[in-house]
Write a protein that binds this ligand. Structure first.
Ligand code: ATP
Ligand code: NCN
Length: 241
């Protein structure tokens, strides 16, 4: 996504995909790619979390996770990597990140925060989460192991049992991607992605036990992991980096 192209398409919805990316894998990349197509996004910015909130210390450094995200997206003009959370000294809360991007991209640009169903379920625990809907749309993809399928959402998502959250979701739910162009923020849209039962946890576990993780993530990322001795805690008894 070159700067020139971005300026030319300044009114088109831009996707945002945050994650710990520890490491980035093919389900992250398919999530971004399928969201781009299904929702008519101009492109997707991947935003590695520097200090991810609501989870323990990652298995690799923020700089390593940023480097792996860059390797994984190289050659795809529809994807770019945002280093803002990695460079920031504070925890990577999403609402302040959206405020930064809103200031950068202007008040009218439709922004679409892309979440897997598991991340969406945790949203009512996020820092200043109610403010999110004034900053961006939210797109929710199905994820294996986190039924229900996005198409049956929101009525059956576990989090929809939280009455205030369910009511809020119902009011903002749309099914037509064209509605994402009609406003800069505020809608929630489910979309289908190819179900891929890949997780970073699985990849760390495979590598940590000396097994192959090939074909779950790009070779360039796997080579980086090997060259830097990442995720080998279980092999050596202690982390190698
Ligand atoms: N297999 C998948 N299908 C759909 N969404 C996914 C998938 N894997 C990750 N995501 C989504 O990508 C975003 C970033 O996820 P994250 O970096 O935590 O990856 P992860 O594989 O869930 O990692 P971990 O196993 O370490 O928790 C989240 O919104 C998450 O829901
Ligand atoms: O802002 C928050 O409070 C918050 C809480 C949990 C997760 N997030 C964001 O959600 C994205 C996915 O998180 P994770 O932990 O599944 O990688 C990532 O961009 C996190 O920064 C954000």
């Amino acid at each position: 996504m070159s700067a020139a192209t971005d300026t030319a398409r300044a009114d088109a919805p831009l996707g945002l995909l945050g994650g710990t990316f520890d490491p980035i894998h093919f389900a992250h990349l398919r999530l971004a790619e399928e969201a781009r197509e299904a929702l008519g996004l101009h492109g997707v910015r991947l935003i590695p979390a520097g200090q991810p909130p609501h989870r323990g210390e990652p298995g690799s450094t923020a700089q390593d996770r940023l480097a792996m995200a860059r390797l994984a997206t190289a050659g795809n003009d529809g994807l770019e990597v945002d280093d803002g959370e990695v460079l920031a000294p504070q925890k990577s809360y999403t609402v302040p990140t959206l405020e930064r991007l809103r200031a950068e991209l202007g008040p009218q640009r439709p922004l679409v925060l892309i979440l897997g169903a598991d991340a969406f379920e945790g949203l009512p625990q996020w820092h200043r989460w109610q403010e999110l809907f004034s900053l961006a749309h939210v797109a929710v993809a199905n994820r294996p192991g986190h039924a229900p399928h996005a198409r049956r959402w929101p009525g059956t998502l576990p989090s929809a049992r939280l009455p205030a959250f369910a009511a809020l979701c119902e009011g903002r739910h749309v099914s037509d991607p064209a509605e994402l162009r009609a406003a800069p923020a505020g809608r929630i849209i489910p979309f289908d992605m190819t179900p891929l039962a890949i997780s970073a946890t699985l990849i760390r576990d495979l590598i940590g036990h000396g097994h192959s993780a090939r074909y779950l993530l790009p070779d360039s990322v796997l080579d980086y992991i090997g060259a830097n001795g990442l995720y080998t805690r279980n092999l050596t008894g202690h982390a190698s980096s």
